[in-house]
Design a protein around this ligand. Structure first.
Ligand code: MG
Length: 300
C-alpha cells in the first residue's frame, strides 16, 4: 500500500487506500467509531490490512485530512530553506533573527495544535478584526511510524511511515506581536493537510518539488534539495532526549515565496484559492474566507 486517504462516507470518516482513481476502504481498528486515525496509520507498520470490499471513485469524494489526530501537536521546523530565511529576516517580522545564538541557521522548532488541522477543500477561516496578515507556507510533512528516542541520522528514515503536504498558515501580525510563534500559527483551520499520506517506501524525498499557487499565481517553487536540515537530520535532532511517537507529524519548513517576502506583502484574504503541490503526493487546495461571525463567542 502506498497512498492513503480519509474521506467522509454517509456513516462517518473512513480510511482508504487510493488505487487507480478509486478509494478502497480498509478494515481499521477505528471502525467501532473510535477516532483512532492516528493509531490506524501508525499500525500499518505492523498490521495486516485488508480491504473491506467498499470502494468508490476518488473523483467527487469528500476528502478529509488524512491524519487529523496525531498524538500531540504537529512539530514544525522554522527557517529551514536558505532563501526563505533571507526573505523572512528582511521582512522585519522575525524576532528570532536577533537571538544571538551564534548559529548561522538555528534549528527553530515550534508546534501547531492538531485542532488547527483541516482537510483538502476545507476553508481557511479568519477574523479580520483579529488578523489582517494571513500567509501560506507549503511544507513536506513527515508522519512517524515507529517511535524512538535518540534516533541516529543513518537510521532515521526507518522511523517514517509516510509523507503528506501541510500548509503552515500563519497570521504574521500575531506571530510578530507575540514573539513566540505559537499563537500566530495555531488558529483554528490554520493547518490544512493532505490530500494523501504516501508511504515512505513509495517516495524518494531528496529532491521533491514543492509549489504554491494563490489564485493561479505561482508563489513558491523549490525542492527539498534546498533544505538546510534534511529529514533524517530533523528526525534525529528532534528525538534527542524526547521520544518521537507513532503518528507524530513533523512539518519540515517552507521555501521562499511566502506572502511576507513580497514588497508590499501579498497576504491572503477572503475568496482566495490556495493550491499546494508536492511531487508524488498530490495537490492540496483550500479556500480562504472571513469567519461568518467574526469574534463571536462560540461554545465548543
Ligand atoms: Mg512553516
Amino acid at each position: 500500500m502506498t497512498k492513503f486517504a480519509r474521506y467522509q462516507a454517509h456513516d462517518g470518516p473512513r480510511l482508504a487506500e487510493v488505487v487507480d482513481g478509486e478509494l478502497i476502504d480498509l478494515a481499521a481498528h477505528g471502525d467501532d467509531g473510535t477516532p483512532t486515525v492516528a493509531r490506524d496509520l501508525a499500525d500499518v507498520i505492523g498490521v495486516e490490512w485488508r480491504p473491506t470490499g467498499g470502494r468508490r471513485a476518488l473523483e467527487g469524494a469528500h476528502l478529509l485530512a488524512p491524519h487529523a489526530r496525531p498524538p500531540r501537536n504537529v512539530l514544525c521546523v522554522g527557517k529551514n530553506y536558505r532563501e526563505h530565511v533571507a526573505e523572512f529576516t528582511s521582512s522585519g517580522f522575525d524576532h528570532t533573527a536577533l537571538d544571538g545564538d551564534g548559529h548561522e541557521f538555528p534549528f527553530v522548532v515550534f508546534t501547531k495544535p492538531w485542532t488547527s488541522i483541516v482537510g483538502p477543500g476545507a476553508p481557511i477561516e479568519f477574523d479580520p478584526l483579529l488578523t489582517t496578515a494571513i500567509d501560506y507556507e507549503v511544507e513536506l510533512a513527515v508522519v512517524i511510524g515507529r517511535g524512538g528516542r535518540n534516533v541516529p541520522v543513518d537510521r532515521a528514515l526507518e522511523h517514517v511511515f509516510g509523507y503528506t503536504v501541510i500548509n503552515d498558515v500563519t497570521a504574521r501580525d500575531l506571530q510578530q506581536r507575540h514573539r513566540q510563534w505559537f499563537i500566530g500559527k495555531s488558529l483554528d483551520s490554520f493547518c490544512p493537510m493532505g490530500p494523501f499520506v504516501v508511504t515512505a517506501d513509495a517516495l524518494e524525498i531528496s529532491d521533491l518539488r514543492l509549489e504554491t499557487r494563490v489564485n493561479g499565481e505561482l508563489r513558491q517553487s523549490a525542492t527539498t534539495a534546498d533544505l538546510i536540515y534534511d529529514v533524517p537530520t530533523i528526525i534525529s535532532r528532534l528525538s534527542m532526549g524526547m521520544a518521537l511517537l507513532p503518528g507524530d507529524v513533523i512539518a519540515t519548513g517552507t521555501p521562499a515565496g511566502v506572502g511576507i517576502g513580497f514588497d508590499p506583502p501579498k497576504y491572503m484574504t477572503d475568496g482566495d484559492l490556495v493550491s499546494m503541490t508536492i511531487d508524488g503526493i498530490g495537490e492540496l487546495i483550500n479556500t480562504v474566507r472571513f469567519l461568518p461571525e467574526p469574534s463571536a463567542s462560540v461554545q465548543i
